[in-house]
Design a protein around this ligand. Structure first.
Ligand SMILES: [Zn+2]
Length: 166
């Protein structure tokens, strides 16, 4: 279902896609910056888990930040990674940077998630739930990145200054 289970043909196609300027530009066109946020926000299709989905070739879809990773570090690097974790707790984020998207394992990722969810004001504890939150923020980012910034400010007002991860 995801890039984690890419077959050899899929991996080859993904390698060609991340090297293709047109495909990379198509991916980039679905991202925006939001004032006050270090994240690179996805505005394209999203999965049930709130992750971006990117059709890198006809009939071939990948989790968008995995495409971003493969673009930066190569498809072979991606294949060796169990899971990519979001240090910024923003499943829409496409920024390949140690403060945002990092190589992790299922065990480690789950452990970090459980810890950060307990932090007051953590986006992981958003009562909207990760899927609805991602969809709403994605929709706002599509309309106007300033609306995302306003939503983040609203949450900071609700939960206090500890919501600093975004
Ligand atoms: Zn981020």
């Amino acid at each position: 279902m995801t890039a984690r289970r890419l077959d050899a043909a899929g991996r080859e196609q993904l390698a060609a896609s991340v090297a293709d300027p047109d495909t990379v530009n198509r991916w980039r066109a679905k991202t925006v910056r939001v004032p006050g946020s270090g994240c690179l926000w996805w505005t394209g299709a999203i999965s049930g888990r709130g992750h971006g989905r990117f059709w890198y070739a006809p009939g071939r879809v990948v989790v968008a930040h995995r495409f971003a990773w493969a673009k930066e570090h190569g498809v072979d690097s991606l294949a060796a990674i169990e899971v990519l974790g979001h240090r910024c707790d923003n499943p829409l984020c496409q920024r390949i940077d140690p403060e945002h998207v990092v190589a992790s394992s299922y065990v480690e990722n789950r452990r970090e998630w459980a810890i950060r969810k307990q932090i007051t004001g953590s986006p992981l504890g958003d009562p909207r739930g990760s899927r609805r939150r991602a969809r709403e923020l994605r929709d706002l980012a599509r309309r106007d990145p300033l609306l995302v910034a306003a939503d983040q400010a609203r949450l900071r007002a609700l939960y206090g200054e500890r919501l600093t991860l975004w």
